[in-house]
Write a protein that binds this ligand. Structure first.
Ligand SMILES: Nc1ncnc2c1ncn2[C@@H]1O[C@H](COP(=O)(O)OP(=O)(O)OP(=O)(O)O)[C@@H](O)[C@H]1O
Ligand SMILES: [Mg+2]
Length: 252
């Protein structure tokens, strides 16, 4: 059974038909990438799947359940987590607190007492902090466990956001351009990290413009163009598809 199934999805903003009649399935344990030119509807798709936008039409199924229109916190609790194309960091907190916020999405009822330092919750908060530190090491920013978020370089912040998404304990992780703005070395590190995440049993849906990263890492690739599915298949199938070459790869 598919972990994620999108069925005949549409999103209309005023006169803009951002996503049109889109259907696809993501098998558990895979890396599934979504590519397409700027404005193709990739982030809009993520916003619908993660519950930020309610689709104009169509259904979304996650882990066998219809989740269409459910709010992001409810989806996080079910095991669906994401990162954002633009940094969403609380610069006035420590790096580790930013990661802990991800776990609190899962345990939101504990957030307030924990903030009030309720003693019976101190243990839970310690466990949450330890898990956040473990995840920071896992994504390769362990050296910043005691650092203030504002002191982290951009590349470390991108990875800290992945740690925050993992802190919610997802089955499915949506990554919106995790390599945007990174240099070649940092991009290769993200490549390795995504493979490590997949190997740990988390299914990954990746939006990314870096074709080398996408082609090397994805079991399947969905190509969007003006909100519609242009092609879908393995890297080899997508790379040799004439429509894709014309619309996106530019003969590459
Ligand atoms: N909240 C919104 N209100 C109005 N139009 C929107 C909204 N969000 C997205 N759009 C429009 O929907 C279309 C798809 O945008 P989207 O951000 O999903 O593209 P994208 O594929 O993620 O592009 P990029 O690669 O540049 O991130 C664009 O025409 C965009 O202007
Ligand atoms: Mg986008």
């Amino acid at each position: 059974m598919a972990l994620l199934e999108v069925r005949d999805l549409d999103m209309v903003f005023g006169g803009v038909h951002a996503v049109q009649g889109l259907s696809f399935e993501v098998a558990p344990g895979t890396v599934y990438s979504v590519i397409g030119p700027n404005g193709a509807g990739k982030t809009t798709l993520f916003n619908m799947v993660s519950g930020i936008y309610k689709p104009t039409r169509g259904r979304i199924f996650f882990d066998g359940e219809d989740i269409t229109g459910k709010p992001p916190h409810a989806l996080a609790r079910r095991g669906l987590s994401r990162t954002f194309q633009n940094l969403q960091v609380c610069m006035n907190l420590g790096a580790i607190e930013n990661v802990m916020v991800g776990a609190h999405l899962k345990l939101s009822q504990r957030l307030l007492p924990a903030m009030l330092h309720a003693p019976w919750l101190a243990k839970a908060d310690d466990a949450c902090r330890e898990e956040a530190a473990r995840l920071m090491h896992f994504v390769g920013v362990g050296r910043y466990v005691h650092a203030h978020a504002s002191s982290l370089p951009y590349g470390a912040l991108k990875r800290m956001e992945i740690a925050r998404a993992l802190a919610a304990g997802p089955k499915l992780l949506l990554l919106d351009e995790p390599a945007a703005g990174l240099n070649n070395t940092e991009t290769r590190e993200i490549d390795t990290l995504i493979q490590k995440i997949a190997a740990s049993g988390v299914t990954v849906v990746l939006v990314e413009h870096d074709m080398k990263l996408v082609m090397g890492i994805s079991e399947r690739i969905l190509v969007l163009d003006y909100g519609k599915k242009l092609a879908e298949g393995s890297a080899a199938e997508v790379r040799s598809n004439p429509d894709v070459i014309v619309a996106y790869l530019g003969g590459a």
